[in-house]
Structures are given as structure tokens and as C-alpha cells.
Write a protein of this length. Sequence first.
Length: 455
Amino acid sequence: MNIQHIDRNEAAKQMAVEFVEKAKARDLTVGIIGLGYVGLPLAEAFINSGMRVLGYDVDEEKVAAIKSAKTYIKHIPDERLADMNDTGRMDATADPSRLQDADAILMCVPTPLNIHREPDISYVEQTTETIAQYLRKGQIVILESTTYPGTSEEVVRPILEKSGLKAGVDFAVAYSPEREDPGNPDFNTNTIPKVVGADSKHERDMAEALYAAITTPFVVPNMKTAEAVKLTENIFRLVNIALVNELKVVFQGMDIDVWDVIEGAKSKPFGYMAFYPGPGLGGHCIPIDPFYLTWKARAHRQSTRFIELAGDVVMAMPRLVIETVAHGLSERLKKSIAGSRILICGLAYKKNVDDMRESPSLHLIEMLQERGAKVDFYDPHIPQVPETRDHPEFSGMKSIELTRGNLAAYDAVLISTDHDNVDYQMIVDAAPLIVDTRNALADFADSHGEKILKA
Ligand SMILES: NC(=O)c1ccc[n+]([C@@H]2O[C@H](COP(=O)([O-])OP(=O)(O)OC[C@H]3O[C@@H](n4cnc5c(N)ncnc54)[C@H](O)[C@@H]3O)[C@@H](O)[C@H]2O)c1
């Protein structure tokens, strides 16, 4: 080992020791870049741990909303933002130069697919360029956005090193994927263990000490393993969702209800995990993340047939749902989709949340409109459609009010999200035909079975 190497190792060790001590004493400022569905709960968790938080977002409206405790994420209400502000340890800014004040910088920016369904890591690149401008010795930079294995090593670290500082010696880099499950009352940031990976022991120690303040860290050997863990979790979901959707169609042909089958299978206490069918794939993760791996695998001359097949199976679901609507209208009302009035019940991609990014409901509306239907929607969590990347044409569309009078004006109601706070009794009483993709009307099968079609 030469002298320069020994010096570097000593510098790295010193950096880690100081950081870990400060983490244990909760004497750190945690910079969080991107104050969305992931960044905001993370900010709250660090505030609750006793640390200082500096939130940074390019969206000045979000910064102003936090400062005035006006929420923009339903499951983090105003009072919780006010509590964060009341500690005097929460700050939010749209000024990137303030990132110099942070000891740890966590990136929680979007990682969507582009129009060619390839990874769009431009947000990660831009954010990293911004951090590099203000990077100082002793900081740890951690990517939290979901991405393909190699992003932190091949993209993030080299951009940061353009600052002239050396990763692992002057500053640290790590990757820690987010496992936020919005709307799930059983788990929150503090109770979900967090996978952490970094490429040297000192960097791993720093990242582990940071996250130990808010949850139980699970340390893996390097950044690309941590990136692969996140994709594995979401690919597991995609494949199982595809399987249960395929089984739904197969069993339908045999006059077997897949929902009854799942309940039966769930009685096995080991070796089975329940997944549920639906109108298609939704949300910010499952329709997108698996294809980050598909893209990266191509560069390694590997194919991902299983993942792509699963994607194809689920992507076909909205069309099958539309066929069920067409069948129901024709059989029961002697009508066709063209000219019919159809109400989509539930716009969010899953129950009890207000997030409609990549929601299959949007595809259903689009397909019904293409076939000539007049389509409205009802969603108690989404009074008005915000701007979305994939369906800008729907922005501004308003939820109808759910009344018996309004319901009577529709030929069919298509339940695409099974929110709990919906008056399903009113729907089954007032609507002439209901297509249920979520088994939301299981309790009404005996009383109103003749107007309910499962899809
Ligand atoms: N939403 C989830 O449940 C969830 C769960 C696990 C992982 N993830 C992953 O976490 C990441 C973030 O997702 P999200 O749902 O929080 O997204 P989001 O769109 O809710 O929030 C992203 C935030 O980043 C901000 N932003 C964009 N570019 C920026 C920049 N250059 N500088 C500063 N801020 C910038 C946006 O204004 C926005 O407020 C994604 O990679 C996603 O795949 C999300």
C-alpha cells in the first residue's frame, strides 16, 4: 500500500467516523431533493428522528405549500406539515445553492420512461449536476429514485467527481431505494426496512448510520446490488399480477370466479402469496421499473422474456375490460358502446389514494371515447384531473357528484378502482349495468347479481 493510498484511506475513515457520530447525535442536516410522494414522507421521518431537514424542489409551489403547511399529498395532511414546521428544523427552498448546508443529500426525483419506453434518467442527471456545483467535503449523496443497476456507479458518481472531489475519500455516494406504499395503513417510512448499498465500507457505514435514525437499514455490498434489489421487488409484483390476470381470463372461460379461487388459495399458510387481478397496470412503479432492467439487460446482450411477457399480458387487460362492457351493453341493454354514457368509478391507480399517474382508468376512458362513448368519472379522492405526462388531454376533467339522479343517466358504471369510501349500495341500486374489475361488489352478488358483470 503506498503512502497516497494510506492517506486516502485515513481521510475516508475520518470522514465516516465524524459523520456516524453526528448521525448518532441526530446532529445532521438532511437535504432532500424532490419533495413528492417519496421525498415528503422521508422529510417527515427525518424531522421526527430529531434531525434538521432542508427540502429542495424546482417546483416553487411545493416549497411554498410546505412553508404554509398546505398539503398536496392526501395522506400527509396539513397538520403533519404544521408539526414539521413547528419543530423549527424543517426548511424548504427552491435555491440549489442551499444544498451546501446539507450533510446528506438524498435524491428523490422522477425516473419515468420516455416515449420509446426507455429509461429517462434526465432528472437524475440534472439533479446530480446541480449537486456537483455545490458539493463539499464530508457530504454523502444518496440516490433514492428507482433505476437500473449501474446508474449510481456509471452516471451519478462520475458527474459528482467533475467537482474535483473524489468519491469514497472526500465525499460519499450510496444508493437506497424507496419502499413507500402510499395509502397502506400497516406500514410507514419508520417500519419499512431500508436497503442500503455503497461501494466501500466507509460509505456503507455512513449511509447505514443515516438511515438507522429513521428505520432498520439492511446493508448490501454495493450500489448496483441495491439498485437490483428494488427492481427485483417490482418485477416480482409485475410477474405475479400478470399471472393472476391470466388465470382470471382462463377461469372465466370455465365459469370459475378467480376471486373465490384466490380466497381458497390464501388459506394455505405457506408457499402462496395473494395477488389480485384488475383492469390493467397502474401507478408510478410497476408499469415502469421492470423495463429499466429490460433496457439495461440489452446492453449486456441478455433478454428479459419473462418480464416482457408479463408486461404484454397485463397491458392487454384494459381491452378485455372494454370487451366486457361492450358485451354487457349489448346483451343486457341492447346498446353498443358508441353513443352510450359510461361512468368510470375510480380514477386513482389503486384504492384509497389520490395518485392517478399511469392509472389504467385513463386508458379505459381513452378506449371508450375512441369507440364513441360519452365518458365521465367519479373519484372521491380526485375532484379534478391534474396535468399528467401520459394523458394531458384529460387535465381539468371534473369528477361527477355521486347521486341517484346522476347515476340514472348512465348506461353502465365501470368500477376500475375499489376505494373504500364509495357508496356502492347507491351504485347497485341506481345503475342499470355495472362492470366490476376489482370485486368491489362481492357483497351485492346475491341481491343485484343480474346487473353486475365481473371483468
Ligand atoms: N411514489 C411511490 O410510491 C414510489 C415508491 C417507490 C419508489 N418511487 C421512486 O421514487 C422516485 C420519485 O418518485 P415520486 O413518486 O416521489 O415522484 P414525484 O413526481 O411525486 O416527486 C418528484 C419531485 O421531484 C421534483 N423534481 C423534479 N426534477 C427536479 C430537479 N431537477 N430538482 C429538484 N426537484 C426536482 C418534482 O418537482 C417533484 O416534486 C421515482 O424514481 C420513483 O420511481 C416512488
